[in-house]
Write a protein that binds this ligand. Structure first.
Ligand code: CA
Length: 232
């Protein structure tokens, strides 16, 4: 891949959205190739070797969940879902099928750009995650399993640390309830969302200035959590 000009495969049937994305991403220096349906998109994925996929959930020939599943059989490429408000459930299914993040229409270019930046970091996941991760005043030392706010160490439990490290690993991207519950408690607990509410609440009390208005540990309603990324 050419790191200065990533190639985005846009799978979207709506011409207006395509035009908007092409213009706004072009300004940022991204290169775009387009497909108007799922089948064409999957063929282009194989032939054109893009760096990222932006996938609309409502396509004329296949639904976005099937496209995501097929795509995951052949590739580890980062996938950003575009969903309409009416596709809430499909969005969660697409994330659980292996999509990396989502944007709900309508969205702004700033939001789109920050999501794509987070996905670009995900491309570099092949490299080990830096041992010390920092966003704003929050610092997480993954090797030493220590957490700091304003350089003051915060005491956290092993479960809190595991939840936090999932979010750090995919900083800026959403982690679904299902993913977090599976990784920390096991697949038999995928419906125990109250576990997450309790432990994420505890983490917020330890890490946030105002736990009711979190700056780092953001809630994605009905979907999961996201660690906000700030330049330090
Ligand atoms: Ca559509």
């Amino acid at each position: 891949m050419n790191p200065s000009k990533p190639l985005i495969l846009l799978i979207e049937d709506d011409q207006q959205t395509r035009r908007f994305l092409k213009t706004s991403l072009g300004h940022k220096g991204w290169r775009i190739i387009e497909a108007g349906d799922g089948k064409t998109g999957l063929a282009m994925l194989k032939n054109d070797k893009p760096d990222l996929v932006v996938l609309d959930l409502g396509l004329p020939d296949m639904d976005g969940i099937s496209v995501t599943k097929r795509l995951r059989q052949i590739s580890d490429i980062p996938v950003l879902i575009l969903s309409a408000r009416s596709q809430e459930q499909n969005k969660i299914m697409a994330l659980d099928a292996g999509a990396d993040d989502y944007l709900t229409k309508p969205f702004g270019t700033g939001e789109l750009h920050s999501r794509l930046q987070a996905l670009l970091r995900r491309i570099n996941r092949g490299h080990p995650v830096a041992e010390v991760f920092q966003t704003g005043q929050l610092k997480v030392d993954l090797a030493l399993r220590k957490v700091f706010i304003n350089n003051q160490e915060v005491s956290i439990t092993p479960i809190e640390f595991r939840l936090l490290s999932i979010l750090v690993r995919q900083a800026g991207l959403v982690a679904t309830h299902r993913q977090m519950l599976t990784e920390v408690w096991g697949i038999e607990h995928i419906n125990d969302q109250h576990y997450l509410r309790i432990y994420m609440g505890q983490l917020r009390h330890k890490l946030e200035i105002n736990p009711a208005r979190p700056r780092y540990l953001l809630t994605e309603i009905g979907v999961g959590y996201r660690l906000a990324v700030y330049e330090s």
